[in-house]
Design a protein around this ligand. Structure first.
Ligand SMILES: [Zn+2]
Length: 430
């Protein structure tokens, strides 16, 4: 056999773990399957995987001047975080202490909190927002995330929203960013709703030059279904694809609207109805669930909150997650990184919490954080799965089995991160 030279070899992994080959998002039994190749190697040329298989086979077929010994380590696809509010100003740590200790009647922790971040974001310079975003991207990359979605949404005016999208577009960082226009985050205080929705729609053509995705917070504290449908219809005409914050604080049939609009994702879904579940299951819209929000907002410990400030009557999200899985909804995971309800940059922690909170298998968690997260961004054909021809976005984990990445929680297990075929991060201990 002719030996082929390639740009990078990852040699002798104790396991290479990947979603199974598939077209479209994984659901049902396929979501609970992984392909695990023991003692395996990967060959990479330019930004593509060109060979994956048992170490002896790859060693016979490929040579490279750059070989990384990954013995005793797991290799997976890079993690994909499909819902972040990356660009924002300020912090809300003081507000959080008041919520947790019950010192503040923070009943509108969502709407009120977003407005405070809007004020801090508007007063931050482009340079400040850029510096913060790049530092956050560094952290995400070091934790194994190679592609994210990032939204505007803390500007809430034409000029400010376009400014946030420009800041996103100008970020120079190895992590790939899918940009989303979220002009419809909340209605600013003392603003006429009709005018505000009209303004969002009027901004769409300029936003389209800077973003491929359009998001609406379709929720009792956000935008109604008719408002969301009007924004969505106008956005689709301009070639946007939709993703929705859906049914986070109450069921207003946001999930069904996401399916109707052919959205890439419907996110949160805490209050999704059985009808919403049926609509998502019959579509390719990926449901994105966000366990760090439930943790951070104390929604998983309602008993502790009796007589305090946070509504203790949320549906059991684990029950909803399993109703979605049983119905055949394709699910993914995300951080929902934002300064209020989820100041968390770690998809590793999201994976670890999702298993525990939602009673998921290792296979379900891995597929939800890689292949299905990629599909929610329309990128499932390109990344999120390890196979010849796929983008070489990979994580080398400093543990010998893929279960340990999730089972051992609290510390990062990342040894190396490969992005577009290049090693772009190595832990000092690796
Ligand atoms: Zn969000």
């Amino acid at each position: 056999m002719k030996v082929r030279s390639c740009d990078l070899l990852l040699a002798g992994a104790s396991e290479v773990v990947s979603s199974p080959p598939h077209v479209g998002p994984l659901r049902n039994e396929a979501l609970d399957r992984l392909v695990v190749t023991p003692f395996a190697s990967l060959a990479i040329e330019s930004d593509r995987i060109v060979g994956i298989g048992p170490h002896e086979d790859i060693a016979r077929q490929f040579t490279s001047s750059v070989t990384v010994d990954v013995s005793g380590k797991v290799v997976s696809a890079g993690l994909i975080d499909p819902h972040t509010h990356l660009v924002h100003g300020g912090a809300r740590d003081a507000e959080y202490e008041a919520i947790v200790t019950g010192a503040s009647l923070a009943v509108s922790h969502l709407g009120g909190g977003i407005n405070s971040t809007v004020a801090m974001t508007r007063s931050a310079s482009d340079a400040e927002l850029t510096f913060r975003a790049l530092a956050d991207l560094d952290t995400m990359l070091a934790l194994g995330t190679t592609t994210i979605e990032a939204k505007s949404g803390y500007g809430l005016s034409r000029d400010q929203e376009l400014r946030l999208l420009r800041v996103l577009a100008n970020l120079d960082h190895p992590v790939s960013i899918e940009r989303t226009y979220l002009g419809a985050h909340v209605v600013p205080a003392e603003t006429d709703r009709r005018n505000f929705v009209d303004q969002i729609i009027a901004t769409l053509p300029e936003a389209r030059l800077l973003a491929d995705w359009c998001d609406v917070f379709c929720d009792p504290v956000g935008f109604t279904v008719p408002e969301t449908r009007a924004i969505g219809a106008a956005a689709l005409m301009l070639g946007f694809r939709m993703r929705l914050h859906a049914d986070q604080t109450g069921d207003i049939a946001g999930a069904a609207l996401a399916a109707e609009l052919g959205a890439g994702s419907a996110d949160h879904l805490d209050y999704i109805s059985d009808a919403g579940i049926a609509a998502l299951a019959a579509s390719d819209t990926v449901g994105v669930v966000l366990p760090t929000v439930a943790l951070h907002m104390l929604e998983i410990f309602p008993g502790l909150l009796d007589g305090r400030t946070i509504e203790p009557s949320k549906p059991d999200l684990a029950e909803r997650v399993h109703a979605m899985l049983d119905a055949g909804v394709a699910l993914a995971l995300s951080t929902d990184y934002n300064p209020g309800s989820s100041p968390c940059l770690s998809m590793q922690l999201v994976m670890q919490l999702a298993m525990r909170f939602f009673h998921l298998s290792y296979a379900q968690v891995w597929n939800m954080a890689t292949a299905n997260a990629a599909h929610s961004l329309g990128l499932g054909h390109d990344r999120g799965t390890i196979a010849p021809g796929m983008r070489a976005d990979l994580v080398v984990w400093n543990v010998p089995t893929h279960g340990l990445v999730i089972n051992r929680f609290g510390a990062s297990h990342v040894a190396h991160v490969v992005k577009d075929g290049r090693v772009v991060y190595s832990a000092t201990s690796a």
